[in-house]
Ligand binder design. Sequence first.
Ligand code: PGA
Length: 257
Amino acid sequence: MKKELRRAVIAGNWKMNMTPSEASAAVEKTAELTAGKDGCDVILCVPFIDIPAAVEAAKGTNVKIGAQNVHFEEKGAYTGEISAKMLLEAGVEYVIIGHSERRQYFGETDTTVNLRTKAALAAGLKVILCLGEVKDERVNGITNEIVSMQTKLDLLGVSAEDMKNVIIAYEPVWAIGTGLTATPEQADETCGVIRAALAEIYGKELAEATTIQYGGSMNNANAAELLAKVNVDGGLIGGASLVPEKFDEIVTAAQAD
Ligand code: PGA
C-alpha cells in the first residue's frame, strides 16, 4: 500500500516496427507531447537498428531509450546477438528482457532470461523484466504460482543492490496484442502476487519500492483505470506506443497516480 514509494514508469515496446527515419520522427513527437510530464519516467524500447536515430532524437528531452533484448555473453561467436556493452555505448539506458514473444517464438526460458538479466545489470543497463501467465494457466487457476515462480527464477542471484535497476512488467500472455486486457482488479492482484514474491526474496521494504508495470493491450482508453490500482506502477505498451498521441495520453494518465 505504498505507491508513493515507487516511481511510475510508462514504457513503449515498439517490437519490430519503425524504420530509423520513422523512429526519429516518432521519438521527436513523443518527446514534444510528453515534455514536462514528469510524474512518470517515459521510455521507448526500439529495434536495435533504430537505436542511433532514437538516441539522437531523444537528446535533451525527457524520453529515455531502451532496447528489446540483450545477450548474456560479453562478446564472441553469437551471430545475430547484441551485447550490453554495445547497447550502452550506443546510448541505451534500458533493456526489455524475457518478453513473452521472446519466450514464445525464440526459445527463451527462465534460465536464459536470468542470464540476460544478470549480464545487463552487471554492465550497467536498467532492466524491464517481463513475466506473466498464459491463458491455460489462468483458466486453470495457477496464475499466482506461475508468476511467483517466474519472479524467483528470473531473479536468481540478482542482488538487492541491483534490484534498484529492475522494473518488473507483469504481462498476461493472453492479453498481449490481442485487444484483451486484464481487468484492473486482475492486474492489481497479480502485480500484488509478484510483489509478495519479491518480499519473500528481498524483504518487504525492497518489494514496496520496486516498480511493477502492467502490460497487455494497455491503451489510452483503459490506462487510467489500470494505473489507479495500488500495485500497478506503470505500463509496458506495445501497439499504442506506436502512435505518439495515444502514448502521450497514457503518460498523461500516469501523472494522476
Ligand atoms: P500490446 O503489447 O500493448 O500491443 O498488447 C504489450 C507488450 O507486448 O509489451
